[in-house]
Design a protein around this ligand. Structure first.
Ligand SMILES: [Zn+2]
Ligand SMILES: [Zn+2]
Length: 242
């Protein structure tokens, strides 16, 4: 233990942690990802929200209730929660990770996600984490799946296995950016295929992705898993669009 503390102090002195956004040295906090100034710029998702899709209600009513979208058509997932809003320095960092192929940033973001306290998530109730899969062609273009990197950190933190075999992307779809909610849902329809039923039946699963935009992708994943017998599918993302 003492040796571990010494090693940690030595490594911090030699390689002090740098803020992911502004590159300032973060003194004395090896596990921190952002400096205090940058942390203040991040919009953490708190307050009263839709218990299913997690959209925050601006007027913060005393009790949670379903939002209009979930009342109109209830999603296949039981809940979707995100740590932070998809804007400012978080948006920049996710873009560096995903499109700039900056794995160091990805690793820091996954530490940040794993350290986030999701208030109403009881991780003990779940059997496995499933990263939202990329089509093999997109995987080859990008070189990695950002959801797997996020999933691994979450799995390690919450002692859950990450299982890629339960969901595959069988259809190469258009990039969702620029499509409205209806077209996103149409575009992604039938894009996934579930793994062996015996491994899915009766299981509580957590789907992990980097960003929740309209929820079309994770809803299609959840539909595929529920139709294959999953008991419950919850969604966790690093960021959410509002
Ligand atoms: Zn900073
Ligand atoms: Zn909702």
């Amino acid at each position: 233990m003492i040796l571990n503390d010494f090693c940690e102090e030595l490594s911090e002195a030699l390689f002090p942690p740098l803020c992911l956004a502004c590159s300032e040295v973060i003194s004395g906090k090896a596990h921190e990802v952002f400096c205090p100034d940058c942390l203040r710029q991040i919009t953490f998702i708190t307050g009263s929200c839709c218990p299913v899709c997690g959209i925050v209600f601006p007027d913060s009513p005393a009790e949670d209730h379903l939002c209009g979208n979930c009342l109109e058509r209830k999603p296949w997932f039981s809940s979707a929660r995100a740590a932070v809003a998809y804007d400012g320095i978080i948006l920049d960092a996710i873009h560096r990770f995903k499109y700039g192929r900056d794995i160091t940033t990805g690793s820091a973001l996954s530490t940040f996600l794993a350290g986030f306290k999701f208030e109403d998530m009881d991780f003990h109730l779940f059997d496995a984490i499933i990263p939202v899969p990329l089509h093999i062609k997109r995987l080859r273009e990008r070189g990695f799946n950002q959801s797997i990197i996020l999933s691994r950190a979450l799995g390690k933190k919450h002692h859950l296995r990450v299982d890629f075999s339960l969901l595959k992307r069988c259809k190469l779809t258009l990039i969702q950016t620029g499509l409205d909610k209806n077209n996103r849902a149409k575009n992604i329809s039938g894009a996934f295929v579930a793994g062996p039923k015996v491994k899915i039946q009766g299981k509580n699963l957590i789907l992990v992705d980097d960003v929740y935009t309209t929820g079309s992708t994770v809803n299609e994943c959840a539909k595929t898993l529920i139709r294959s017998g999953a008991s419950k599918v919850a969604v966790l993302t690093l960021a959410r669009v509002f």
